[in-house]
Design a protein around this ligand. Structure first.
Ligand SMILES: [Zn+2]
Length: 288
């Protein structure tokens, strides 16, 4: 993959809105915050402790082994994270595998591309990133999405798309402390110049106010559980990125892992209901 060179031309709206929170700038609706105050405090506390006790032996956030010497940092993808040599080797061994025919994997009207099968070390890394707060994995995982974007760009041309992160529900966001897909979208946006439009919202399940995890459900339960779950925020429709209207815009849904595709299909339905003509999906990994 050629580093640094964007695959998509720079979108004029992207230039205008670059640097603003996810391209959300002047809209009255606040963008879904990336980190909760509690999670931010946790990061600050960790930084303060390592400043106060610089000699305390650091621990690799992935395998929890003590780091014997200076932690390995990958210069190309580093954000200052410190993983042990063993984990860096495991990460570096993973290469994007956009398998043949991935664009035939359509979810109804929605073409889908994923960067790597959900096997080997990928489930471990995605769990650490999604549930354990190892946000330093974001750039590593973004590589798989960027690889999956290339076949989509070949088929659909190089006109700008809006990157639409599949939203995390409010209770899940508060529990974890961050919206991992939004963070991923922002990372991909800085590399590809695709503007981020966090215009979808996820409704709570059943009046309990708590969303249920999709992982433990069967395919039928997943599909039934996601129908009507997502909607376009009405205020997002007057966003400056949509000046030409929803119909004139191409939407690229972004998710972490695709299992049955019911979540992406439900998000696509919400966009089609709002008038979208073209929606595609991209994800880090797909369960085969
Ligand atoms: Zn490690």
């Amino acid at each position: 993959m050629s580093a640094g060179k964007p695959w998509f031309p720079r979108c004029p709206a992207g230039i205008l809105l670059r640097g603003r929170a996810g391209g959300w700038g002047r809209s009255r609706e606040r963008a879904p915050a990336r980190l909760t105050p509690r999670f931010r405090a946790r990061l600050l506390m960790r930084a303060a402790l390592s400043w106060l006790y610089p000699d305390a032996s650091p621990i690799c956030p992935l395998c929890h082994r003590p780091l014997p010497g200076p932690a390995m940092v990958d210069a190309a993808r580093s954000d200052g994270s410190r993983f042990c040599l063993f984990c860096v080797q495991r990460l570096a061994a993973l290469q994007p595998r956009v398998w043949k025919g991935c664009l035939q994997t359509r979810l109804g009207r929605v073409p889908l591309a994923c960067g790597i099968p959900y096997d080997r070390d990928i489930p471990t890394f995605i769990r650490a990133w999604k549930y354990d707060g190892v946000l330093a994995l974001t750039p590593w995982l973004a590589v798989f999405v960027e690889a999956a974007l290339q076949p989509l760009a070949r088929v659909f041309g190089r006109e700008p798309w809006l990157l639409v992160p599949v939203p995390t529900s409010r209770d899940r966001w508060q529990q974890r402390g961050y919206d991992h897909v939004l963070l991923l979208a922002e990372r991909i946006s800085t590399r590809t110049r695709l503007p981020v439009w966090p215009g979808l919202l996820r409704r709570a399940d059943d009046g309990s106010g708590l969303t249920q995890s999709q992982t433990a459900k069967s395919a039928a339960q997943r599909s039934a559980g996601t129908v009507g779950r997502y909607a376009v925020r009405p205020e997002a429709l007057v966003h400056p990125l949509l000046r030409a209207g929803v119909r004139a815009q191409r939407f690229l849904l972004l998710d972490d892992v695709v299992t049955t595709g019911s979540t992406l299909a439900a998000c696509a339905d919400a966009l089609f209901s709002a008038g979208a003509l073209q929606v595609a999906g991209v994800a880090i990994a797909r369960v085969r």
